[in-house]
Design a protein around this ligand. Structure first.
Ligand code: IPE
Ligand code: IPE
Ligand code: MG
Length: 235
């Protein structure tokens, strides 16, 4: 890979456009979600090949609960099945699998499956793959603020710095994304990692998520490599 020199540590994806991909083919929206799983697999494999340490995917937002019941239940079923089907692959490639989000809203059976796979893969030292499920950035900041406020009451008088709140977010311990890629032509954050993307580079592509494979990923990484990250400083 040419962009080796400025390879990101953490690449995140807003996987969008599954429904439109299916509709363009005269199919039900769920077919787009099924095909989208193949894109996740392709991105994961490429990330392992290229030595990217952290890859995360926005799979289901808190707002997505407002979709029709049958789409929500199909998506939830698909998540459980897809992660179970990937377990051998995770173990073969040393992938650590993590789910982050408002787990209280997920079914007991899906939570049990998530715990099982997270537990089995927890000792793996290769790529960390994060699935954001029932996640929203505002929810994350709120739950962090609530817990931090609780601790501050117990230990008053401490100065509060941004890195203190970061430790209460569900992403604690995970480096902030260097690169965020959103597919399907939408140019918005849709309540994803609001706090963590303070200095993230964004790449927006018209490609629909089910069509986003290794070549599209490589192009996004090249675009990232050409960016000049200044973090508010002067170079
Ligand atoms: C992304 O594709 C998957 C989820 C949000 C779960 P969409 O389902 O949003 O597809 P479009 O944007 O309607 O095409
Ligand atoms: C963002 O996609 C959420 C996920 C990819 C999980 P949406 O399709 O829900 O976003 P909007 O509604 O177009 O902003
Ligand atoms: Mg969408």
């Amino acid at each position: 890979m040419q962009a080796q020199r400025s390879l990101p540590t953490h690449v995140s994806f807003i996987m969008d456009g599954n429904g439109r991909w299916a509709r363009e083919r005269g199919k039900e929206r769920v077919f787009g979600h099924f095909e989208g799983v193949e894109s996740v697999r392709a991105v994961m494999e490429a990330s392992v090949d290229w030595g990217i340490p952290f890859v995360s995917f926005f799979a289901f937002s808190e707002e997505n609960w407002g979709r029709p019941d049958d789409e929500v239940s199909t998506l939830m079923e698909l998540m459980g099945r897809a992660m179970a089907a990937e377990l051998d692959n995770f173990m073969e490639h040393g992938i650590r699998f993590i789910v982050l989000g408002n787990r209280a809203r997920l079914s007991d059976s899906l939570n049990a499956e998530i715990d099982r796979i997270m537990d089995i893969t927890s000792g793996n030292g290769g790529l960390t793959m994060i699935l954001f499920l029932s996640y929203s950035g505002q929810w994350d900041i709120l739950q962090a603020a609530e817990r931090m406020a609780h601790d501050l009451i117990e230990h008053p008088g401490q100065p509060v710095r941004p890195e203190d709140l970061s430790r209460y977010l569900v992403t604690a311990g995970i480096p902030d994304p260097d690169l965020l890629i959103r597919t399907s032509g939408e140019k918005r954050i849709s309540n994803y990692m609001l706090w963590q993307t303070a200095y993230t580079e964004f790449v927006f592509t018209d490609t629909l998520w089910p069509d986003f494979r290794k070549e599209a990923y490589r192009q996004a990484l090249e675009e990232y490599a050409s960016r000049d990250r200044r973090f508010g400083k002067i170079k």
